[in-house]
Design a protein around this ligand. Structure first.
Ligand SMILES: Nc1ncnc2c1ncn2[C@@H]1O[C@H](COP(=O)(O)OP(=O)(O)OP(=O)(O)O)[C@@H](O)[C@H]1O
Ligand SMILES: [Mg+2]
Length: 317
């Protein structure tokens, strides 16, 4: 369904061309849920948005993005418009950016439905699309404007819009962060059902490793613009091979833990203009050794676990 191959992305800034994503490769099969995780600023959203070339200022520095066999990086604007909606659809991290404040929710869903089935799109379907994502009194809400909805309801309306075109690939960027846990569970259930019923593929970006473990088939961990580990979810969560993945997992609060202090990762993700030499994670890594500052490790197949890749020097494994 989706094959990202050796993708590198950058931004032209006053400090010159800054590389924000470096040599990322990722595959999402039909009907598969692949999760992209990593701290804020690691490059998850720009990687995802580059699939449909949504960021005008982004520079494509190398690689290919094959969506159902078509390289989206070489498609014309017209061809790209054709694949948006039914080919790939987005739930954006910030719902207020996805909604037009001057149009009612119903009009906006109608537009999304019309992309998919111009003759049949009607009010009843808009109401059904809103009910599906758990919006109460959907028949009233459909005539309201975005500012009349709470944050969580706006997020659900955005999800309804993204799903209305029945996309073959859904890119869900933190789709449930603004929602309370019961609605979150409903939305995740809906996404699971759509994946099973329509073989919809999902690229799921989230900070919530609980959601990853519950929903995803595969997980890819990003750090400072690079993939540091990827593989089947159970395997990566049970036997994380990269110290960064281990540190992310150690920061997850657990109800059954006696520990009073949560562990956190010291320091911050380095800014784009000041990437450390050697392994990008080594200044924060509790398992670093002399070699980590000298050379940059490549992403390699795990020595024993199938389908599992890791970017760490063998002595750090
Ligand atoms: N329009 C832009 N111009 C310049 N730099 C940008 C732009 N958009 C993003 N960046 C930079 O690219 C890097 C990756 O950003 P991105 O939004 O992909 O992070 P993210 O992993 O999605 O983080 P978060 O979890 O906070 O959403 C960051 O360093 C960010 O500052
Ligand atoms: Mg993001």
């Amino acid at each position: 369904m989706l094959q990202i191959e050796n993708l590198s992305l950058g931004f032209q800034t006053e400090e010159g061309l800054l590389r924000a994503v470096d040599d990322v490769s990722l595959t999402v099969e039909e009907g598969q849920i692949v999760s992209l995780v990593g701290e804020s600023g690691c490059g998850k959203s720009i990687t995802a948005q580059s699939i449909a070339r949504l960021i005008p200022s982004l520079r494509y520095l190398g690689g290919r993005i094959l969506l159902e066999g078509q390289n989206t990086l070489t498609l014309s604007r017209r061809e790209l418009r054709k694949i948006r909606g039914k080919g790939v659809s987005y739930i954006f991290q910030d719902p207020s950016l996805a909604l037009n404040p001057t149009l009612t929710i119903g009009t906006q869903i109608l537009e999304a439905l019309a992309l998919h089935q111009p003759q049949r799109a009607c009010r009843a379907e808009c109401v059904a699309a809103l009910s599906d994502v758990g919006i109460p009194s959907a028949e009233l809400r459909v005539d309201e404007y975005p500012h009349q909805l709470s944050g969580g309801m706006k997020q659900r309306a955005v999800i309804a819009m993204a799903l209305a075109s029945r996309p073959r690939l859904l890119v869900a960027d933190e789709p449930t962060t603004a929602l309370d846990v019961t609605i979150q569970a409903q939305i995740l259930q809906l996404l699971s059902e759509l994946r099973t019923a329509h073989k919809m593929s999902i690229l799921l970006i989230t900070h919530n490793l609980g959601i990853v473990s519950q929903m995803a088939d595969k997980v890819a961990v990003m750090y400072a613009g690079q993939l540091v580990e990827s593989g089947p979810v159970r395997q990566v969560l049970k036997t994380p091979a990269h110290p960064y993945t281990r540190a992310l997992l150690a920061s997850v609060p657990r109800l059954d833990s006696q520990c009073l202090r949560l562990s956190s990762i010291e320091g911050q993700v380095p800014p784009l203009h000041a990437m450390p030499e050697g392994c990008r994670f080594h200044p924060r890594c509790t398992e670093r050794h002399g070699g980590c500052a000298l050379g940059a490790p490549r992403l390699r197949a795990h020595p024993t676990l199938p389908g599992h890749q890791v970017r760490c020097f063998p002595s750090g494994l």
